[in-house]
Design a binder for this molecule. Structure first.
Ligand code: ADP
Ligand code: MG
Length: 240
């Protein structure tokens, strides 16, 4: 579903990605860990062309993301992204936030968009609160609205960049359980997060990044129990 090869990204003198490869098979969850500044967000942002790599190749669901012939807005419709900050419109209810995305991005009619929005909000457990404004929802609920907004667009792959990092600890579980359900429903996912217990339970592959490189990759048991690289070992010791 996702094939990225030899990705390089520089910001001025700073080289942030140094030839990173990433493959994600359909219905798999790849989990990325690594110290702050190692290039995790930049990698995810390259995967939906919020950043353009200086070199390398990216194919998502058969579409060459870096070709000038590719309609990038159309390609992006297949790639859902959830950030640490939820970026909801504060003057719109949960339902209106999701409906707006369906109308603007997919050009859905009013009623059709409303039905799909209700369905997506039900899926994230917010059926009862869909007419609340963001300020009337907890951070965890707001993040679930952001997830509903992304999945309502029926993406082929979902990218999560530290989706629970801004949340109070007691609100993290609700977001992770929505992500777990999404994974069980067969969504292809790339998740950057520090939630190691979630990775152990839900990831097919864990990648450790440091200094713009993929240092280690393997099933969660291998990365967490028998990391090969000293830097992976010390990172996991710190975070666990
Ligand atoms: P991570 O998500 O692993 O913390 P990032 O991908 O956010 O790492 O950042 C990697 C490095 O790239 C950091 O040193 C960061 O300051 C730098 N960086 C990220 N985006 C930009 C940008 N738009 N311009 C300049 N430097 C950037
Ligand atoms: Mg980041």
């Amino acid at each position: 579903m996702v094939q990225a090869h030899g990705l390089w990204k520089r910001f001025g003198a700073l080289t942030v990605l140094k030839g990173v490869d990433l493959e994600v098979a359909e219905k798999q969850l790849v989990f990325i860990i690594g110290p702050s500044g190692s290039g995790k967000s930049t990698l995810l942002r390259c995967l939906n062309r919020l950043e353009t790599p200086d070199d390398g190749a990216i194919t998502i669901d058969g579409i060459n993301l870096l070709s000038p012939k590719t309609d990038i807005n159309k390609a992006r419709q297949r790639i859902g992204m959830v950030f640490q900050s939820f970026n909801l419109y504060p003057h719109m209810t949960a339902r209106q936030n999701v409906t707006l995305a369906l109308r603007k991005v997919l050009g859905r009619g009013k009623e059709e968009a409303d039905i799909a929005a209700r369905h997506a909000l039900d899926r994230v457990g917010l059926g009862e609160r869909m007419d609340h404004f963001p300020a009337q929802l907890s951070g965890g609920q707001q993040q679930r609205v952001a997830i509903a907004r992304a999945i309502a667009l029926e993406p082929r792959v979902m990218l999560f960049d530290e989706p629970t990092s801004a949340l109070d600890p007691e609100l993290v579980g609700g977001v992770l359980s929505v992500m777990r359900e999404l994974r069980e429903s067969g969504m292809t996912m790339v998740v950057v997060s520090h939630e190691m217990a979630f990775a152990r339970a839900a990831a097919d592959t864990v990648i450790f990044m440091a200094d713009g490189e993929k240092l280690e990759e393997g099933p969660p048991a291998q990365i967490f129990e028998q990391p090969q690289h000293e830097r992976t070992r010390s990172f996991i010791r710190q975070i666990d």
